[in-house]
Design a protein around this ligand. Sequence first.
Ligand SMILES: *Cc1c(COP(=O)(O)O)cnc(C)c1O
Length: 358
Amino acid sequence: MRAWEKRIRTVTPYVPGEQPNFKDMIKLNTNENPYPPSKKVESLLETEHSEKLRLYPDTESTVLKKSLAQFHKISEDQIFVGVGSDDVLAMSFLTFFASETPILFPDITYSFYEVWADLYHIPYVRPMLTDDFRIRKEDYYVANGGIVIANPNAPTSILEPLSVIEDILLHNTESIVIIDEAYVDFGGVSALSLLNQYENLLVVRTFSKSRSLAGARIGYAVGNPVLIRALNAVKNSYNSYTMNRLSIMLGAASVEDEKYFYETTNKIIETRNQTATELKALGFKMPDSSTNFLFITHPKVRAEALFNYLKEQHIFVRYFALPRINQYLRVTIGTEPQMQCFIKAVQKYLQSEACVYE
Ligand SMILES: *Cc1c(COP(=O)(O)O)cnc(C)c1O
């Protein structure tokens, strides 16, 4: 190794789901929303003059914060926005986890947490979820440098009741506790109601799933103004203009269309429940989902083999070759016709000899 190579920071990056591009594909692998964004987003895109793009955007994303403040009935100084919740979470790790004591997050959860911890040299411990993928709250009663919990969790789809989150907050008044609510709009129970009681709570949300705006990259954090100011200071120490002009406007337009938001999320919840029933009839087992995906396993099927079979039919789901979950597939909920195609393909596989588990 040459001397200068030793100075290069080495990291093991997060691996996002594939973005294949086939005309006939059914894409159920990255938890995107199958429905288009609100019509208000569409009409804004048609009328907005590109001429304005020569100007820098508003560093405060004021219009977006205003609409979010109204939607959540909170004040603007409780909101931080970023380039997707990945940006918000990465910034939060950098800002809040500066102690020598390890931070805590479950052994099975969003795999980016570990990547950020490694990137910033933050020590961490990963308490094991139970065999049925539930949090043991007592695991979080130990001294720590911070806590991150996705609720509902990914890729398990499981929602922990608010009482578990509150119990963890009660036992950790000296740490900052981040609740990642990427999937909360699909039947979760938000920790936002605990904000007034716990100054150390930060709730992180995204527009990528429930608002059909993964491509616009919008996420936000809600917390007490001291936390928000700290996040802004760090953000303004490396890039003041994280949020681009278009995304700020499109995000605000989406928040203002509440009717469409509830329509689409409810439709996805319905399709999810129906898909779950059909998969169970085929012998699949899965936790109750509070998200826009199902985490499925079958006693007679090798998950990776089914994953590959579906891929050949251009039906993309997610497989994680990781301990404890390598017999599961994570299946995003698409439109109803898409899910019917998916079920048909699965049925066909189950009828073929190829699938029998040795
Ligand atoms: C999708 C997801 C994110 C990231 O979402 P973006 O806003 O698109 O960056 C964060 N956390 C969890 C648990 C997710 O599933």
